[in-house]
Design a protein around this ligand. Structure first.
Ligand SMILES: CCCCCCCCCC/C=C/CC(=O)SCCNC(=O)CCNC(=O)[C@H](O)C(C)(C)COP(=O)(O)OP(=O)(O)OC[C@H]1O[C@@H](n2cnc3c(N)ncnc32)[C@H](O)[C@@H]1OP(=O)(O)O
Length: 280
């Protein structure tokens, strides 16, 4: 009988294996020919990041690190959203302990993805605001489908994102462009993101995006994996050290901010607008 721990199932024909995980909101599929793992977020309708999705992402990243995959491609099971960022419903009208958990698990996913020595790429097959952009920019390479939006919109929401949350973004954009985009809370269209360097390639379908991500990961085939991984981590070491220094305080700051009546009010209005948008 199939149990959820670590059975490997033949998924589609013989060329890829669905790695069973103890999780439900993510799946991991390893391509037998390339050895590259595709990690798919599957929390309908928009992959909003609740604690369970954040935990499942961490479990899947660990699984991919442990199963000797050659690289990781992050994508979404949905047709028009990569991830809508943090689940605002989970942060609204809740207790401080829950807010601490949400933020701790967001930190944990970010550091797992940003700090892995594996080659990583995001096949961005839909919108990627806020926490969606965070995950995409934690990866080393991004391929995006046309006519979607990506960016860190926190300033638009009246919220200041901490430095670690911006660091993937500031890694890939020139400082001046990043500063302007972050202070404006700018959402880039796919084409604008490509022109600015926020995404590396545009692909007309999810399949093409995954192929392009696989080609990026394949470009390291002749590079010693240990040398590659350590070189990557040297580039990221300063951001990681800074983050480790403040991570506890950052959780406390977030919980205090997000539980404040002012921010709770903003969230309430924002959620109302999101719900009403669906009725129009
Ligand atoms: C707003 C205040 C937040 C305060 C936070 C406190 C401090 C935070 C510090 C900084 C860190 C921030 C990290 C974050 O990630 S915050 C989250 C920001 N995310 C967004 O602003 C995205 C909001 N969503 C959208 O823009 C759009 O939904 C979309 C992703 C572009 C998709 O558009 P589409 O037209 O396809 O879909 P709908 O808008 O109709 O949505 C479908 C249903 O999904 C629900 N939904 C959407 N986004 C979220 C979300 N982030 N959390 C929970 N639920 C979400 C939406 O309500 C619809 O539900 P319904 O079908 O039941 O009506």
């Amino acid at each position: 009988m199939l149990h959820s721990n670590l059975l490997r199932l033949v998924a589609r024909g013989s060329s890829s294996r669905l790695m069973s995980t103890a999780t439900k909101l993510t799946t991991v599929e390893v391509n037998d020919e390339t050895g590259i793992a595709t990690l798919t977020m599957n929390r309908p309708p928009v992959n909003s990041q609740n604690v369970q999705l954040l935990l499942d992402l961490q479990a899947s990243i660990s699984e991919i690190e442990n199963n000797k995959s050659r690289g990781l491609i992050l994508t979404s099971a949905h047709s028009n959203v990569f991830s809508a960022g943090l689940d605002i419903f989970e942060m609204y009208n809740t207790d401080v302990e829950r807010l601490r958990t949400v933020w701790t698990e967001l930190q944990n996913v970010w550091i797992a993805l940003y700090g892995t020595s594996l080659p990583t790429a995001a096949a961005i097959n839909g919108h990627a605001p806020a926490g969606g952009c965070l995950l995409a920019t934690a990866c080393e390479y991004r391929v995006m489908r046309p006519n979607f939006l990506i960016g860190l919109n926190e300033a638009q929401l009246g919220i200041i994102a901490p430095k670690w949350l911006m660091s993937g973004f500031t890694n890939v954009l020139p400082k001046r462009v990043a500063e302007r985009a972050l202070t404006q809370g700018r959402m880039f269209t796919t084409q604008e993101a490509f022109e600015a360097g926020l995404v590396d390639e545009i692909a007309s379908s999810k399949e093409e995006a995954v192929e392009k991500c696989a080609a990026f990961i394949g470009s390291f085939a002749k590079v010693n994996p240990l040398a590659r991984g350590l070189t990557k981590l040297q580039f990221r070491a300063d951001n990681i050290k800074e983050f480790e220094k403040i991570r506890e305080k950052d959780v406390a700051d977030f919980a205090a901010l997000a539980s404040s009546p002012e921010v709770q009010k903003v969230m309430g209005t924002y959620l109302e607008n999101l719900k009403n948008k669906g009725k129009k």
